[in-house]
Design a protein around this ligand. Structure first.
Ligand code: C2E
Ligand code: CA
Ligand code: CA
Ligand code: CA
Length: 279
């Protein structure tokens, strides 16, 4: 009996140790990811109510030399725990702005917008706003083509600081969107205070909308709320024509999801854009 317990304990310790080693290895790999150019942005189209592609959300991909493509869901949390989210977030912003710059010379792409995801930890940095502004100025990009997607998790931080930063960004023309709306801590009180441009309905509500009455109610309420507050409202996770039609009937302004395309490398995005917007 005692022997069994001991054996079990050792196994448990061994598993924990293995997990720690795995984590440490991933962390040191992640450190190298930036310097060795293993990070890449994929782009997922966003369409307006007339069906035209108006821009894209930039989604981070990590091409690990051994593991292959590692999902951001698997490494963003680690990046946040280790502080690596700071250089990674900075890289993402720079890469997105470089893309906006590359598009600016061509009339077919010059109006396209890019949305980037910003971690609450990044936004909390005292010099976050000046970082964004200096990247925009360095790349000579029209700030109003950039949207920052923030999540409700930032609201655990000082709300007055958040408001000040949002206003500073907005005064430069940058758009601010509240991502994953409805899944976090935000209260209507915050929604009233925050100087937002857009809210993004989370895909979890969209997914079950056609079968679950409660999700219909949530989606309808969020869209009505956006209308009432004069905010742009976009839905993510739009997978079928039925989703799209249902959301459009409720007054949703823009759509993003597998219906049009999954996130793809920049070359594929441009191919989709050409085929779609000139059709
Ligand atoms: P998110 O911001 O909510 O992004 C939407 C996620 O849903 C993306 O997953 C996208 O590929 C996926 N998606 C898009 N359309 C559909 C659809 O129609 N159906 C379904 N089932 N899924 C769809 P992805 O690319 O794996 O990214 C996961 C999360 O990682 C993102 O969720 C975001 O929170 C985070 N993330 C991605 N890139 C960055 C980044 O550059 N910085 C930070 N801080 N976080 C990032
Ligand atoms: Ca997002
Ligand atoms: Ca989401
Ligand atoms: Ca998110």
């Amino acid at each position: 009996h005692n022997l069994l317990v001991t054996a079990l304990l050792w196994t448990l310790l061994w598993v924990m140790q293995a997990n720690l080693t795995e984590r440490n290895m991933l962390e040191s790999d992640l450190r190298k990811a930036i310097s060795q150019n293993q990070l890449e942005l994929y782009y997922q189209p966003q369409v307006g109510d007339d069906g035209r592609i108006v821009g894209a959300e930039a989604l981070l991909r990590w091409e690990h030399p051994v593991k292959g493509m590692v999902s951001p869901a698997d490494f963003i949390p680690l990046a946040e725990q280790t502080g690596l989210i700071m250089p990674i977030g900075h890289w993402v912003l720079g890469a997105a702005c470089a893309q906006l710059m590359a598009w600016s010379n061509n009339p077919a792409t010059a109006q396209l917008r890019i949305a980037v995801n910003v971690s609450a930890l990044q936004f909390k940095e005292p010099n976050y706003v000046s970082q964004v502004i200096s990247v925009l100025e360095r790349s000579n990009v029209n700030p109003s083509l950039l949207t920052l997607e923030l999540t409700e998790s930032m609201l655990v931080n000082d709300v007055n600081d958040i408001i000040t930063k949002m206003n500073a960004l907005k005064s430069k023309g940058v758009c601010v969107s509240l991502d994953d709306f409805g899944t976090g801590y935000s209260s209507l009180n915050y929604l009233k205070k925050l100087p937002l441009d857009q809210i993004k309905i989370d895909q979890s509500f969209v997914r079950d909308m056609l079968t679950d009455e409660d999700d219909v109610t949530i989606v309808r309420t969020v869209i009505d709320l956006a209308h009432g507050m004069r905010l742009h409202v976009i839905a993510e996770g739009v997978e079928t024509q039925a989703h799209r039609q249902f959301l459009a009937d409720l007054g949703c302004h823009s759509f993003q999801g597998y219906l049009l395309s999954k996130p793809v490398p920049i070359g594929d995005f441009e191919t989709i854009l050409l085929a779609h917007n000139t059709a």
